[in-house]
Design a protein around this ligand. Sequence first.
Ligand code: BV8
Length: 254
Amino acid sequence: MSLEDLAAHLRRASRVTVLTGAGISAASGVPTFRGAEGLWRHYRPEDLATAAAFHRDPLLVWEWYASRRAVVGRCEPNPGHQVLARWSRERRCTVVTQNVDDLHHRAGTAGVIRLHGSLWELRCAGVAVPGDRRSRHGVCPEEWRDETVPFAEMPPRCPHCRGLARPAVVWFGETLRERDMRDAATAARCDLFMAIGTSAIVHPAAGLLHEAQRQGAVTAEINPVATPASRSVTIAIQGAAEDVLPRLDLLLAN
Ligand code: BV8
């Protein structure tokens, strides 16, 4: 199955859903998770992106998030983001992302469903800062956006109770926000489901492709390498998102 076949399905489809992972931001300079560049100070992401790691050493976890914010803050959306942004505005597709870099937003993508939160949003961790009697836990704001790099203070504090703040992301072992899961399940009821730049390993996000397939959708994958999903999709395009999406867009224009 070729890129032309995928373009044909795109032309015919009325409901298209795209699930993106770290691979779509690779060309922007955002390190992916798996593979050597995913490691930080010899920690695997799964070691740091957990509530247990945060309670064990909140400063270490915040230093990791601060280093990712510093990197992502210097990155710009790439042609892959830009094509999906225009398609979303033309109501040609719904974008569901696992990424916390907000590059889809910065590309102007309409109606992005963020499954795992954002590096640029914080919330109260509901715990006092160790040894700081001033900090107490009250009725704190749900979440707030903070794009300052570097932070004024480390670890960042809840502006309301001066307790610890935490990144407003979904950590391993934490459930996704019900609203996001519901919106993603609705989006999986589509004619064409495309998985772009994801290793299709992390659940429940990886399950969405099988959910869409189960409901009769044609499925496609864009990834330079094979993933656990490659054998089950209708069309597997081995290539980089920042190259394949503009070519696909051109085919659609003809
Ligand atoms: C949960 C936010 C209820 C934080 C993230 C079922 C089976 C097995 C395990 C589980 C299961 N259900 C639950 C689990 C446990 C766990 C899980 O899935 N573990 C994995 C490791 C096996 N899931 C959870 O804990 C979820 N919560 O289920 O709660 C529950 C609780 C307890 C027990 C049971 C149930 C929460 C998951 C969310 C975790 N948070 N991020 C942060 O970012 O700091 S996940 C994080 O990692 C990312 O958001 C993303 O989702 C994932 C990384 O995956 P990818 O984005 O795909 O990136 P990766 O680097 O892996 O791959 C990049 C791909 O791009 C590669 O294939 C590469 O070839 C390709 N590529 C590279 N360059 C390009 C490219 N493609 C295109 N173009 C290019 N240029």
